[in-house]
Ligand binder design. Structure first.
Ligand code: TYM
Length: 329
């Protein structure tokens, strides 16, 4: 019997992926795939909660699979699949909408509040309901652990609440998942403003390093990044939030400790540090993009086909149980 704990996580193809997605989520997944039974999904139904260009959405969905593979996720060890290939996700979301979710739960979600504040009349019901689909993603697979960046913690907590409510109102059905966030890198900030998270919805933002940015652009973005007062390269989130964010990127990409980074740049100032960081990021992205370009569309198709087949077996079993409990024939 396979006793490995189950990991589920996903990324939505609503914009080009950036260093925050890689450092906060994907790189963490790579480390987990040997120890756990992992399911990594491209959650394309989540992407359409805001308007998408259909052709770009299709392309991005496949590109994310390539990014997973180029990052080192091994499709022999982890299950990579599309949300839209396993209809149980949307079906369970409907059931949870009706049985276990209150409007008051969703009204508390800070991501919804942030995303809807600039156009309340234009906000889709899907955007409001987004966390219920996310809960369905997680609960379908008896997930033990959900590795995400810290902006998703509230959604995972809601998922636990919905599972508890369903288990209480019907019968024990869902496992309660735990959230896992990195000690460092759970929230990579914008290079322009250390108060804002690096985000794929900020299209063309010079504070965001996209994984497909050309390397000259990356260097320029880093050299133009904001720093703090003073000139000492030191990790101090309160006094030096911008430099600390840059140091975190450096630390995660090189494995060097904050202390070693500080020592390397001691007496040199921010300019030299940014040059050093630009070298680190350009080296990483150069190698990453080379791997990305070597992955074929045929490879993606193959990975997704077997991924969906395996995921469906688990998802069907859970949905069957849920329908039984609720009385859906
Ligand atoms: P998404 O697509 O916005 O982001 C994908 C992952 O990247 C993390 N992340 C960051 N981490 C560190 N610093 C940042 N600046 C940064 N920006 C994004 C996110 O926390 C996330 O882990 N709702 C999810 C997708 C989803 C999901 C799920 C995740 C749908 N169903 C089930 C886990 C389990 C989302 O929008 O992520």
């Amino acid at each position: 019997m396979n006793q490995k704990k189950i990991i589920f996580s996903g990324i939505k193809p609503s914009g080009d992926l950036h260093l925050g997605n890689y450092l906060g989520a994907i790189s963490q997944w790579v480390e987990l795939q040997d120890k756990y039974k992992c399911l990594f999904c491209v959650v394309n139904y989540h992407a359409i909660t805001v308007r998408q260009d259909p052709a770009i959405l299709k392309q991005r969905t496949k590109d994310i699979v390539k990014i997973y593979l180029a990052s080192g996720i091994n499709s022999q060890k982890a299950n990579i699949f599309l949300q839209s290939d396993v209809y149980e996700h949307t079906e369970l979301a409907w059931i949870l909408n009706c049985t276990s979710t209150r409007m008051s739960d969703l009204n508390l979600m800070t991501q919804y509040k942030d995303k809807s504040k600039n156009g309340e009349n234009n906000v889709s019901v899907g955007l409001f309901d987004y966390p219920v689909l996310m809960a369905s993603d997680i609960l379908l697979y008896n997930t033990d652990i959900v590795p995400v960046g810290d902006d998703q913690v509230q959604h995972v907590e809601l998922c636990r609440d919905l599972a508890k409510r369903f288990n209480h109102d019907y019968a024990p059905t869902f496992k309660l998942p735990e959230v896992m966030i990195r000690k460092q890198g759970a929230r990579i900030m914008s290079l322009n403003n250390p108060d804002n998270k690096m985000s794929k919805s900020d299209d063309g933002d010079s504070g965001c390093i996209y994984l497909n940015d050309d390397l000259d652009t990356v260097r320029k973005k880093i050299m133009k990044s904001v720093t703090d007062s003073g000139n000492e390269v030191k990790y101090d989130l309160l006094e030096k939030p911008a430099v600390s964010n840059l140091m975190t990127i450096y630390h995660l990409l090189t494995g060097e400790s904050y202390k070693d980074i500080k020592n390397t740049y001691s007496g040199k100032g921010y300019g030299d540090f940014k040059k050093g960081l630009a070298d680190v990021v350009v080296k990483f992205l150069g190698e990453f993009q080379a791997k990305l370009n070597s992955i074929s569309d045929a490879q993606v198709e193959k990975v997704l086909e077997s991924g969906a087949t395996c995921a469906k077996v688990l998802a069907e079993e859970t949905l069957k149980k849920v329908k039984e409990r609720v009385g859906i024939i």
